[in-house]
Design a protein around this ligand. Structure first.
Ligand SMILES: [Mg+2]
Length: 248
C-alpha cells in the first residue's frame, strides 16, 4: 500500500463544489490514520476546508489553488506563490476576450472572476451558480478546450509576457496561475520537502488525461485515474479492507 495518498477534490473526493458525504469522510479519516493524505485542488483553502467536517481537522495536508498555497496538517502555511498586479491585470484582459469568444447567460456578473491570491479562477457562468447548471455547461471540456485553442495567441502571450499558465478546472472554470506552477510541480515540491519516496506515493484524480487538470501529475508520482468520487472510495476501501460504501 502507498504511504502517501494525494487526492484531487472535485469529483474525486466529493461531487463538484459540494460537501464531503459523511460515509466517505469516514473512509478518508480511516485512511489518514494509516497513511498521509494530501488534498490537491484548484479551489481556495476556505472552500476546501468548508466542505470537510470536524472529523477531518488536523488530518490532511492541503495543496490549494493547484498547490500554489500549501498547508500542513494543522493548516499552517508551508508556502505560497502569489500573483502580482501586472499578472492579474493581464488575466482580466484575457477574460474579456474569452467572454466575447463564448458568450454565456450569467446569473451574477460579479461572481465570474475569483482572485484567490495565488490563482485567478474564471467561471464562464459564475462561481456560485447552481451545481446542476454548472455540471451541464461543459461536461466533456470541449467548450473550454475550444476557447483555449481559438485564443492560442493570447494564451501564448500570457505565458511569454506575463509568465502565466491556464488550465481547465472545475466544471466551468479556467484556472490561471504562475507558469509551470501546476499540480505536478507542487506535488513534486511537497514530496521533496518531506523527503518522501516518489514511488511510495499515489495520485488519485478524475482528470488524469491530456487537457485535464490532473494531467501534470503524470510522470511525477504514480497515478490512479477514477471516473468519479464513488470509484475513489471503492479504491480506498479495498486498500483498507473495509466494506465498500453503498451508493446505488
Ligand atoms: Mg476533479
Amino acid at each position: 500500500m502507498p504511504k502517501h495518498f494525494f487526492f484531487d477534490m472535485d469529483n474525486t473526493l466529493t461531487r463538484s463544489k459540494s460537501p464531503i458525504a459523511p460515509e466517505h469522510e469516514h473512509i478518508l479519516v480511516e485512511l489518514s490514520g494509516r497513511a498521509d493524505v494530501i488534498i490537491v485542488s484548484g479551489s481556495s483553502e476556505e472552500n476546501i476546508w468548508s466542505r470537510l467536517t470536524e472529523a477531518s481537522t488536523g488530518r490532511y495536508y492541503s495543496l490549494t489553488q493547484n498547490g500554489n498555497r500549501a498547508y500542513d496538517k494543522d493548516r499552517t502555511l508551508i508556502w505560497e506563490h502569489l500573483l502580482n498586479q501586472r499578472q492579474k491585470d493581464a488575466v482580466r484582459r484575457f477574460v474579456t476576450l474569452a467572454r466575447v469568444h463564448t458568450p454565456t447567460i450569467v446569473p451574477d456578473e460579479n461572481d465570474l472572476l475569483e482572485d484567490r491570491g495565488c490563482q485567478m479562477a474564471f467561471s464562464f457562468i459564475s462561481q456560485h451558480a447552481d451545481i446542476n447548471l454548472k455540471e451541464k455547461f461543459d461536461p466533456d471540456f470541449a467548450k473550454r478546450r475550444k476557447v483555449l485553442a481559438d485564443l492560442h495567441e493570447e494564451v501564448e502571450k500570457l505565458a511569454n509576457e506575463y509568465d502565466l499558465e491556464i488550465t481547465i478546472g472545475g466544471t466551468t472554470n479556467l484556472d490561471i496561475y504562475i507558469k509551470g506552477m501546476n499540480k505536478g510541480y507542487n506535488v513534486r515540491q511537497l514530496v521533496e520537502r518531506m523527503s518522501w519516496k516518489f514511488d511510495e506515493c499515489v495520485y488519485v484524480g478524475d482528470a488524469i488525461f491530456p487537457g485535464g487538470n490532473d494531467e501534470t501529475v503524470i510522470g511525477i508520482i504514480p497515478t490512479h485515474p477514477v471516473k468519479d468520487y464513488h470509484e475513489t472510495y471503492d479504491f480506498i476501501a479495498d486498500m483498507l479492507g473495509m466494506p465498500r460504501s453503498s451508493y446505488t
